[in-house]
Design a protein. Structure first.
Length: 308
């Protein structure tokens, strides 16, 4: 079976029951990883086995062996694979040839699409799910945040969901983390729902922009070497989460690459950014949490400031 951002939420529960192989791909690596995390949660508590695509390319039999093996303590298992392109094709083909139904296998494939060899191998199978994830727009992430909040026992308004979406640069992994922190702070659960408001979100988040990660990202990606040392020292003193910081770099770098690709050889940077804003891929704001000022385009000297 096949899924996209729009259909995955409605298919996830059924797929977790019927499928044993899950293949998540597409240019939105954050969305693919978040989908894999959701399936893992639906599958229930299990020992997590991590494999890399390069390892499976060298040893294609290992995936089938891990999927058939039994935990030392008899626990359930999940096999998680991170790969690029089609380097796990032989391993997946070997797994499918196994006569024994093994543990669930969840694959997140960067630089791959639903046209890849692995996706074509799995796409028509009833025991496999192929999910294709494109970079989301604001509305899609807002809807995803509201779904996450409902599952966590939080009642939130559309404005608050939008604030979380913007603050996490449309990264559903980080948005899920914010929702989980908010639910923990309010002691919310599906059995005991709570209403979240802006004050609660302020209590678990940064009070000002300077308390966030983006000054570090701004300094690095704009090439302002004089500021980098001070921003890194500030981040260390404040105990800023390094994983979240790396995700911020990843997300902003991907956005810059996409913008540069769409810009091409055009010289009208401002006109281009107005088009992107109209398409809701770039969001201007007066006091955004996530903001960057950086050159866009090949050899362009114009600076563009946007929030996502």
């Amino acid at each position: 079976m096949k899924a996209t951002q729009k259909t995955f939420a409605g298919m996830a529960a059924r797929a977790a029951q019927e499928c044993r192989i899950f293949y998540f791909c597409g240019p939105d690596e954050a969305g693919a990883a978040d989908a894999a995390a959701r399936i893992a949660a639906l599958l229930g508590e299990a020992e997590r086995i991590e494999l890399g695509g390069a390892d499976l390319r060298r040893d294609p039999v290992r995936l089938a062996d891990e999927a058939r093996s039994v935990s030392l303590f008899g626990d359930r298992r999940q096999i998680h694979v991170r790969t690029a392109g089609d380097e796990v094709f032989d391993a997946v083909e070997t797994l499918l040839a196994s006569p024994v139904d093994g543990w669930p296998v969840l694959i997140v494939a960067t630089s791959a699409t639903d046209k890849s060899r692995v996706a074509k191998l799995l796409g028509d199978r009833g025991d496999a799910l192929v999910g294709m994830f494109h970079p989301p727009d604001l509305r899609a992430v807002v809807d995803a945040v509201r779904d996450m909040a409902g599952a966590a026992g939080l009642r939130i308004t559309g404005d608050l969901a939008e604030r979380i979406a913007r603050a996490t640069a449309l990264d559903t992994r980080m948005a899920r983390s914010e929702v989980e922190k908010l639910a923990l702070y309010l002691d919310a659960s599906p059995q005991s729902p709570r209403t979240a408001d802006a004050a609660a979100l302020d209590a678990i988040g940064a009070a000002t922009e300077d308390d966030g990660m983006m000054p570090v990202v701004n300094a690095v990606l704009s090439g302002d070497a004089r500021r980098v040392g001070g921003e890194l020292a500030r981040a260390r003193e404040m105990g800023i989460n390094p994983v979240g910081l790396l995700l911020a770099f990843e997300r902003r770098g991907a956005q810059l690459a996409q913008l540069a690709g769409r810009l091409g050889n055009r010289s009208d940077i401002n006109g281009f950014l107005e088009q992107e804003m109209a398409a809701r891929r770039v969001f201007f704001g007066t006091s955004p949490i996530w903001q960057i000022s950086s050159s866009v385009g090949a050899g362009g000297d114009s600076n563009a400031c946007w929030s996502a």
